[in-house]
Design a binder for this molecule. Structure first.
Ligand SMILES: [Zn+2]
Ligand SMILES: [Zn+2]
Length: 327
């Protein structure tokens, strides 16, 4: 996590208030927390998790300023452990910031380390790679279907984003049809309205607009070395305590992170080996999934679903259907 520039004054017992977001130091290093209560020179903090703290570890879709909320654990800390103010936004608010400073973070999900579960447990997926939105990765929107794609997934250089873009499936779909055969589609006037065309990628990357269904039969992503380590370490850590139940979730997570950071390359190797095997398994399964046409089948099904479901209410009531001229 980038350390916020110390432009804002350091919080003191006088200036820190309930509801403030702050950066504070605990035994797991610098973390962001929300102030739940203030008493004299003590602050009750509810810590946010970093992507590194959650069960999957940091993934490609996590933003560099992404945090996870939690509701289970808050603890009392000296106000002197607070090193600065910051602000944890919703993803939508974060997207609307004109200028993201070192003090700005965002949170779109809460995390429960007991279950490894997230709330909400479903976030919209984008692009051919079917991953959640990452505000740090440039995207481009197809002017026909409205789908957004990572520039790198569709081989567009992020500094050369075209003002108008049509995705591969839209280009294939609009290939000239046979002469004399009229093609009707589910596209409506609303969808073809000029406002929808040629918008810059930058303004198009709001979250939650479109949800792409994920194929339940697609191979599951592989685990990282850290994931394998946490599986083992969590069990050991809890077993060594008596009674195990008194170990707070945040404490276990911190302990895992700390223990992992203390491991040298040699000690990490067995976990790295497991991760390599798992990744190989995943890549092979994915290759098969693509090779036997299951992915194409799924994408095709998704496009058909969208065509069927894409009539705007207005178009539906007025029964408008655009008949494309042949060719
Ligand atoms: Zn992608
Ligand atoms: Zn498209």
């Amino acid at each position: 996590m980038p350390r916020p520039k110390q432009k804002l004054p350091r919080p003191t017992a006088k200036t820190v208030k309930q509801g403030d977001d702050v950066v504070a130091v605990n035994d797991a290093g610098e973390h962001v927390a929300r102030v739940v209560e203030v008493r004299k020179d003590q602050v009750k903090l509810r810590w946010f998790y970093k992507p590194e703290d959650v069960v999957y570890g940091r993934q490609v879709w996590h933003g560099s300023k992404e945090l996870f909320g939690q509701t289970r654990v808050s603890d009392w800390n000296s106000v002197h452990s607070v090193t600065g103010f910051c602000k944890v936004h919703t993803l939508e608010e974060y997207e609307d910031l004109d200028d993201v400073s070192g003090h700005d973070y965002f949170c779109r999900q809460a995390y429960d380390p007991h279950t490894g579960g997230f709330v909400p447990d479903v976030v919209p997926l984008f692009c051919l790679c079917e991953t959640p939105y990452n505000p740090d990765r440039p995207m481009v929107e197809c002017e026909d279907c409205g789908e957004v794609f990572h520039c790198e997934c569709v081989a567009i250089e992020s500094n050369k984003i075209p003002s108008r873009y049509r995705c591969e499936s839209c280009r294939l779909r609009s290939a000239p049809s046979k002469p004399g055969v009229q093609r009707t589609t589910g596209e409506t006037h609303a969808e073809l309205a000029p406002a929808k065309r040629g918008r810059q990628a930058k303004t198009l990357t709001k979250t939650g607009r479109k949800r792409i269904r994920k194929d339940p039969n697609a191979p599951k992503r592989s685990l990282t070395a850290y994931n394998f380590f946490v599986r083992d370490y969590r069990k050991k850590y809890l077993a060594d305590r008596s009674p195990a139940a008194t170990a707070s979730v945040i404490e276990v997570t911190r302990a895992c992170g700390k223990a992992w950071n203390l491991l040298g390359a040699k000690e990490r190797e067995p976990f790295e080996a497991k991760a390599r095997v798992d990744k190989e398994k995943y890549l092979k399964a994915k290759e098969e999934y693509i090779a036997n046409g299951k992915r194409d089948e799924f994408i095709k099904g998704r496009l058909e679903d969208r065509e069927e479901g894409s009539k705007s209410p207005k178009a539906f009531y007025s029964g408008e259907v655009i008949v494309h001229p042949p060719g």
